[in-house]
Write a new protein. Sequence first.
Length: 460
Amino acid sequence: MGSTKNVFASKIGAILAAAGSAVGLGNVWRFPTEVGANGGAAFILIYVLSMLILGVPIMVTEFAIGRHGGEDVTHAFQKMSGGKRGWRWMGLLPMVSGFLVLSYYAVVAGWTLYYLFEALMNGFAGKSPDEFTNDFVAFSSDTWQPIFWMGIIIAMTCAIVALGVQKGIERSAKVMMPQLFFFILVLVGCSLTLPNAGLGLSFLFSPDFSKVTGSVVLSAMGQAFFSLSVGIGCLCTYACYFRKDVDLMKDSFSVAGIDTLVALLSGLIIFPAVYSIPGLSPDAGPSLVFITLPNVFQQVFGGIPWLAYVFSLIFYLLLVLAALTSSISMLEMSVAYFHKNLHLSRPVAAVIVSLVCLALGIFCSLSFGDWSEVKMFGLNFFDFFDFLVAKFIMPVGGMVMCIFLGWVVDERVLRAELTNNGTLRSPLYSTYRFIIRYIAPLCILLIFAHELGLAWLDWL
Ligand code: PFF
């Protein structure tokens, strides 16, 4: 490991690793669920807008802080602030968040791995709709099975992170991301040929603005946050490994573009499939990909069993790949801290962090079964972790980073970082700075307020 430098060897490796973090279950699982629940196309429009005015600027912010520091997030904040030691504390943000987010994300990632295994074993063949529902409920509420599959996901993630920045994170992104794109395109092609695909398309692409409420707007912004992995210090961690010639603004647009494209393509897979069977509803919620879809695959391709088999297999392979590229970035957040600040070797840090995540993950997994009644602040462990990360840490972290870069950091340092010391033209610089100083903190405050359920937002 000694010779592996802590830097992504190529520009494309850096983009793919960041895109790998962004593209995940948030795109293939959470996005369709949110679109289904919030009325379709109008939600998508607002989501794309949120990406542009909120997601991309915060991503640029994280990239700038991380790349400027180069070492790890702790040093990055201190260096960017002009040496103020107080800002070192921000290094704790990704370290703590890494544990929290991986612990519950790995539960759902484990489910996808189990479903991939089932697909491989042809376990969906001949099942009735009720059986799909019962089997999912039985599996997710079981004590040991989901823990076992979650353990495998965490072990795979640990092995990749232990290999280091170039040999582990960058190489795996270069291998997995192209496969992921390929599988998505194959599935979109198949899905669009299904009967009634047009109904799914019109749900996705004809906006019904009467469905837009304040709550829909704010959910779309929240989804943009989660999907881009911003606000939590994850992309800041990766940016510490960026080379000095990376164009941070351009890459942010590339990563956000890839992320949005994958979310939309996932919609193109899922909604035509759901509409191909009369009576199924696009707003089935989180169970959409674990109950509704395997059922759809069996029913629509029922006459051609091998097609149902291949379609299911590719779909769950896609989910597993998407989950893995994101979970790698989650583990790296904490591992980087232990490796740099506590001087543990990478493999040792990776194993320790993984074991703690596994232990916390067990609590989250049991939330669906034995411990469903164990509550913290009225939420089970899984929902509590999700709430803490997506609805508290991400908005607050994003806001602090914007305020840091917009108001604390010397403007010349920021400009030099974003123009690569004046060698790049940066026509959007002023717009970007205006957004991080005023617009983004204000919008985040709104999301935050909404998610906490403040009643005064009801008028929106
Ligand atoms: N963006 C990932 C997804 O869409 O699945 C989720 C995620 C990754 C959230 C990394 C937070 C994070 F730090």
